[in-house]
Design a binder for this molecule. Structure first.
Ligand SMILES: Nc1ncnc2c1ncn2[C@@H]1O[C@H](COP(=O)(O)OP(=O)(O)O)[C@@H](O)[C@H]1O
Ligand SMILES: [Mg+2]
Length: 266
């Protein structure tokens, strides 16, 4: 398939597509939320914060089936993830990118390749093929891998562990290696960060890397405020109630505050 064309497609969309990857407990949800909030303020664009699996209403049912349902064979599992992803991209991600939004997703197809090929012994090529087919080759403009030892990540998760989280140390070690190998093979798309650092330090590094990769331009009338803001401004509300609302942008940016701003795209 045409990898080159896929990249051009994603980049030439008016919006930006950012994915977070890594094991459970590395800090993806925390960092995605903080980054989305900052990007909205910086650019004035609409920000859509979403996740896989389960970023849509249908996706929530598929997520429940795959994470909390009965055990299933690897092909069934791979196809459920692909179905979730196809619907997520067609109904939420692509429309948002087309209207100029910044889409930040907590996991994307790299998770399928890393977990299912790295961990479950299906071929990486097969998983990548069905995943790419599912999304018609839409790839993120930038992917942030939060890398952390699985034992340290697991210690951060206080709630009851789901089916994948219980899968065992060797499974999680292989998955981590698969993420790192994938990132090393495509350094143009990936940013790999050591996730042992504090939430604030990690977020500051992510902002630097994302702004550089996407060549983001601050919204003009907000530029003074935004640039003058403290580096750790906005970090205090880590535990705020902002969560995932399938199908909804979070309206975090000033551009989303009033209808007059339109898509916010320049
Ligand atoms: N850099 C960090 N250092 C310490 N704890 C963190 C860090 N990032 C996140 N956490 C905490 O670890 C837990 C898992 O974080 P979360 O963002 O939900 O990870 P993920 O989405 O990757 O599973 C949360 O309780 C969160 O507050
Ligand atoms: Mg999470």
């Amino acid at each position: 398939m045409s990898d080159g064309a896929a990249r051009v497609d994603a980049v030439s969309a008016p919006g930006y597509f950012i994915s977070f990857e890594g094991g459970d407990g590395v800090g993806k949800s925390t960092q995605a939320r903080l980054l989305g909030q900052w990007l909205g303020e910086l650019t004035g664009r609409e920000v859509v914060l979403t996740r896989e699996p389960g970023g849509t209403e249908l996706g929530k049912e598929l997520r429940a089936a795959v994470l909390h349902g009965q055990d299933m064979d690897p092909r069934t599992e791979a196809l459920i993830y692909a179905a979730d992803r196809a619907h997520h991209v067609a109904s939420l991600v692509r429309p948002a990118l087309e209207r100029g939004a910044i889409v930040v997703t907590d996991r994307y197809l790299d998770s399928s390749v890393a977990y299912q090929a790295g961990g479950r012994e299906l071929g990486a090529d097969e998983i990548e093929l069905i995943s790419r087919w599912a999304v018609q080759d839409l790839m993120p403009d930038v992917t942030i891998l939060l890398d952390l030892d699985p034992a340290a990540a697991s210690a951060r998760i206080r709630r009851q562990h789901d089916r994948l989280e219980r899968a065992g140390a060797e499974f999680h070690r292989r998955t981590r290696e698969a993420f790192l190998a994938r990132a090393a093979a495509d350094p143009e798309r990936w940013v790999v960060l050591d996730a042992t650092t504090s939430i604030d330090d990690l977020q500051a590094q992510i902002r630097v890397d994302v702004a550089a990769r996407l060549e983001l331009t601050p919204v003009v009338e907000e530029a003074e405020d935004t640039v003058a803001a403290e580096p750790d401004d906005g970090f205090d509300d880590t535990d705020s109630a902002i969560g995932y609302t399938p199908g909804l942008g979070l309206g975090l940016g000033p551009g989303a505050a009033g209808p007059a701003t339109g898509s916010g795209a320049a």
